[in-house]
Design a binder for this molecule. Structure first.
Ligand SMILES: Cc1ncc(COP(=O)(O)O)c(C=O)c1O
Length: 381
C-alpha cells in the first residue's frame, strides 16, 4: 500500500533552477524606490547602477582592480561577449560536462571557428582538470547547472597561466567560493542564486583580461552589444554604470534588494552556508533511500545549488516517464514546482538549493518526494 501524504508542507514550493526563488523577504512593494520612467543616464539611474556594481564587488569580495559590468542578455550575453571579444589570440581549451558548457563549445567551434580543443565529460562526471594546459585560453562552467556537477575548487588553475580563464559562474556566484585570482573573466546573471530578475548579465574582468581586450582585436566583426573597447581602450563607463544600452531599472532595483537581503544573512559566507545546508539535506535523503542518488559521481563535485538526482530502483520501467510523473505529482500538490531534470539531461529531478531557498522547505518537501515515488511505483504496477 502506498505511504500516506506527509502532514507538513513547504511554505514555499519554488525549487526552480532559474529563475530561482526570490529572497524569503521579497515583496513587490519593496521595489517602490525604482526610478521608473526616468533615464538610466540621469543621476538617480546612474547612482543605482553604480550601487549594483559596487554592491556586487562588496558581497562577492571582488578585488578593487577588477572591472564589473552590467551587460545585455543575461548570463548568455555576458559569456558570448567574453568569448567573441577575447578568444582567437591563442589556442583554446573548452571544458564541458553538461549542456550549457556544451553550448559554449558549439559557439567556439562552429560559429567562431577557433582552433579549440574540446574536453567533454558525460553527465555526472567531470573532465580531467589536471590535463588542462594554461598556455591556452580556457573556457569552463564553474557549476554545471544541468548535471549538478561543479569544479571542487580553483586549485587546478595555474597561477602563472599565460592564457585567460573564462568562467561561466552563473549558478555558482553567491553560493560557492570563487577564487578571483584564478579567474580572468567571470559571468553570472541575477536570476540565479540571488533570485533576481532575468535580462541582465554581469561580467567581471581581471586586469589580465583588460590587457587582452586592449591589445588584441578579433578577426571577426563585433556587434555593438559585445563591444567593450573603443580605439583600443576599455570603455570605462560600462564598468561604472554607463551601460551599453538601456537596462531595466526595475530589475536593477530588484537586484539591489537581493544584495541587501544577502547582507542580512551574513553576506557571501551566510549564502554559502545556506546553500550547503539545503544541499546537505538532499544528500542525506539520498543516503537514507536506496532508490534515489545524486547524478554527480564524485562527492567532491556535487553541486550545492542545482542538485541533480536520478532514480535507481529496478522496478522503474520507463525512466523518463517515471521522473516526469513524480515531478508532476509534486507540482499538482503544490509541494515542488519546476523540479524536472533539464531537457537535455538524463531523466531525473533537479532541486535548487541556493541560499534563497529555506532549509525548512527542503526538509518539508523531501518526505513528499518519498510519497510521490511510492505512489508512482504503485501506479506503474
Ligand atoms: C551554466 C549556465 N550557463 C548559462 C545559462 C543561461 O543563463 P541566462 O538564461 O541567464 O542567459 C544558464 C541558465 O540556466 C546556466 O545554468
Amino acid at each position: 500500500m502506498a505511504i500516506a501524504q506527509p502532514a507538513s508542507r513547504p511554505a514555499n514550493p519554488r525549487f526552480s533552477s532559474g529563475p530561482c526563488a526570490k529572497p524569503p523577504t521579497f515583496e513587490l512593494s519593496k521595489l517602490a524606490d525604482a526610478p521608473l520612467g526616468r533615464s538610466h543616464r540621469a543621476a538617480v539611474g546612474k547612482a543605482k547602477l553604480k550601487d549594483a556594481i559596487e554592491g556586487t564587488r562588496e558581497v562577492l569580495g571582488i578585488p578593487a582592480d577588477y572591472k564589473i559590468g552590467i551587460v545585455p542578455a543575461s548570463d548568455t550575453g555576458a559569456v558570448e561577449m567574453a568569448m567573441w571579444s577575447l578568444l582567437g589570440e591563442r589556442k583554446v581549451e573548452m571544458l564541458a560536462w553538461e549542456s550549457f558548457g556544451a553550448g559554449w563549445v558549439t559557439d567556439v567551434v562552429k560559429q567562431l571557428k577557433i582552433d579549440a580543443e574540446a574536453k567533454i565529460a558525460d553527465y555526472g562526471q567531470i573532465v580531467d582538470l589536471a590535463s588542462v594546459d594554461f598556455a591556452n585560453d580556457v573556457v569552463f562552467t564553474w557549476n554545471g547547472t544541468t548535471s549538478g556537477v561543479r569544479v571542487p575548487n580553483g586549485d587546478w588553475i595555474a597561477d602563472d597561466r599565460e592564457g585567460l580563464t573564462i568562467c561561466d559562474a552563473t549558478s555558482a556566484a553567491f553560493a560557492m567560493d570563487l577564487p578571483w585570482d584564478k579567474l580572468d573573466v567571470t559571468t553570472f546573471s541575477w536570476q540565479k542564486v540571488l533570485g533576481g530578475e532575468a535580462a541582465h548579465g554581469v561580467i567581471v574582468l581581471s586586469p589580465r583580461a583588460v590587457a587582452r581586450l586592449e591589445s588584441y582585436t578579433p578577426a571577426w566583426p563585433l556587434p555593438k552589444i559585445f563591444r567593450m573597447t573603443k580605439g583600443g581602450k576599455l570603455i570605462e563607463g560600462i564598468f561604472t554604470g554607463a551601460t551599453i544600452n538601456t537596462p531595466s531599472m526595475l530589475a536593477v532595483e530588484d537586484y539591489l534588494f537581493a544584495l541587501d537581503w544577502a547582507r542580512s544573512v551574513g553576506g557571501l559566507e551566510g549564502l554559502i552556508a545556506r546553500a550547503n545546508a539545503n544541499a546537505q539535506a538532499v544528500f542525506d535523503f539520498c543516503e537514507a533511500n536506496d532508490w534515489i542518488a545524486n547524478l554527480a559521481e564524485d562527492d567532491a563535485t556535487r553541486s550545492n545549488t542545482s542538485v541533480c538526482l536520478k532514480f535507481t530502483d529496478d522496478r522503474i520501467q520507463d525512466g523518463a516517464a517515471f521522473a516526469k510523473a513524480v515531478a508532476k505529482r509534486l507540482e499538482a500538490e503544490n509541494i515542488a514546482l519546476d523540479i524536472g531534470a533539464y531537457r537535455d539531461a538524463p531523466a531525473g529531478l533537479r532541486i535548487w538549493c541556493g541560499g534563497t531557498v529555506e532549509t525548512a522547505d527542503i526538509e518539508a518537501m523531501l518526505p513528499w518526494l518519498a510519497w510521490a515515488f511510492d505512489a508512482e511505483i504503485e501506479a506503474q504496477a
